[in-house]
Every structure is written in C-alpha cells, then in structure tokens.
Write a protein that binds this ligand. Sequence first.
Ligand SMILES: Cc1ncc(C[n+]2csc(CCOP(=O)(O)OP(=O)(O)O)c2C)c(N)n1
Ligand code: SF4
Length: 248
Amino acid sequence: MEKIAGYPESLDNQSTHYCPGCTHGIIHRLIAEVIDELEIREETIGVAPVGCAVLCYEYFDVDMHEASHGRAPAVATGVKRVHPDKTVFTYQGDGDLASIGTAEIVHAANRGENITTIFVNNAIYGMTGGQMAPTSLEGQKTTTSPYGRSIKDSGNPIKMTEMLAVLDGPAYIARVSVHNPKEIRKAKKAIKKAFQMQLEGKGFALVEVLSTCPTNWGISPTDGLKWLEEMMLPKYPLDVFKDIEEVE
Ligand SMILES: Cc1ncc(C[n+]2csc(CCOP(=O)(O)OP(=O)(O)O)c2C)c(N)n1
Ligand code: SF4
C-alpha cells in the first residue's frame, strides 16, 4: 500500500512546549518534511535562536547548534564555512532576527552566505511575555505598548524581508504565511526552494513565515489565525521579493 501521510523523520515524535494555536509547530513540521524530501537529514545542521523556539533543537531530529540572541546567522556562517558540504539553516523569531540580531542577518545576507534562514514573524516577543517587537503593528497593544504601538515613539514596523531583498547578496527572499491550508502548502514550497538554493550553491535564502502568538495577542487560537490574515497581511504582503533564478 502506498504511504500517503506520516510523521516526518526529521522531527522527533514528542509533544512540544508551544501554546495551543501557536504556529511554530506547523513551521517546524514543514521544515522537517522538506529535509526528509530532499534526503538531507544526515547532513543538515540547524541553528536555534532565543525566543519561544529556543528549544527547537529538542524537536528537529538533525544536528543542531544553539546561538545566543540574534547571533544565529553568524554561527551558521561559521558552521557552513567549516562544513561546506552540510546544509545549514537558522530558525529565528522576529525579536531574535529583527531586533538584537539585525546586524547579523543584514551582513550574512549581504555576504551571500550559502545558508538558509527561516524567519518566524509573529509581531511580538512571545517567550518573554509579549513585549513590542520591531515587527509589531501600528496601534498593536503589547505589554510595553499598552496604548498601542505609536509610530511617532517607536518607528514603523520593520519589513526585514523587503529590506534584505534590495541587497545584492541574497539569492532568494520570500514571505509566506501559515494561517490556512492553502498558504501552508505555499509556505512549504518556498521553504523547499530556500533549501534547494543552498544545495545548488546559489547562496543566501530567507523565508519569512507569518506566524501566530494567540497567548500574547490575548485571543483564541482561531481568532489568532483571523488576526494574522486581517491585520498582518496588509502590512506584510506575501510574495517572492528576490529570486536570482528568475533573472538568470
Ligand atoms: C541578549 C539577550 N537579550 C534579551 C533576551 C531576552 N529574550 C529572550 S527571548 C526574547 C524575545 C524573542 O522573541 P522572538 O524572537 O520574537 O520569538 P518568539 O518568542 O516570539 O517566538 C528576548 C527579548 C535574551 N535572552 N538575551
Ligand atoms: S508564547 Fe506565543 S510564540 Fe510562544 S509558544 Fe506561546 S503562542 Fe507560540
């Protein structure tokens, strides 16, 4: 009988610490399925962030390395340069990548490091209790912006994906979402492409994945999916922002 579904080999079969309705788990699964399909489990090294995904090294059944706050692209650069035959990816939240790690991601992208970054944007600091992130939306209430994010005081939400796409270094930059099954399928395609770019030696690839944090948004899991769709998509449009294969 043909097997049509199953648990990815690259994901350890255990419960995670993520809250109900959190889409970190979906994104983990997509990455694991891609690693399985590309048959690179034995040669993949992931770099874990701080933030709620700090323990993702417990969940991915591949070799993993932890990096301190925001430094995952620098760690991944070192790992890839020492092991050019390995597939190296970072998994980073928006606090990790777009706040304290801004310099690391900009320079790794600009150098065109042959690594893959999965950037999980849930518009808030999840792990530390829901503080405002660089990606929090205008007017968004968080524990550090109880009256809503003010553009005057805190600046505009940062669009990392658009910013990085104007650099000459990156090979592939895209934004996807996981708020419904159709978008989840598209997200998987983009993640697969980002890994394939690395396997083909084409250089730096980043996929921003719009994700939920119902716990710190203070809403139910289903309302979280709606909030992502209605509030985040207008500010963070889904698209491929750079693909060197399109211009080759
Ligand atoms: C140098 C340093 N500063 C601050 C922190 C505290 N800290 C840990 S996780 C985190 C927020 C990360 O949130 P994000 O990357 O958005 O991931 P999420 O939890 O939302 O998935 C912060 C500020 C830290 N661990 N190290
Ligand atoms: S706090 Fe938010 S990001 Fe963290 S596990 Fe819970 S829902 Fe997910």
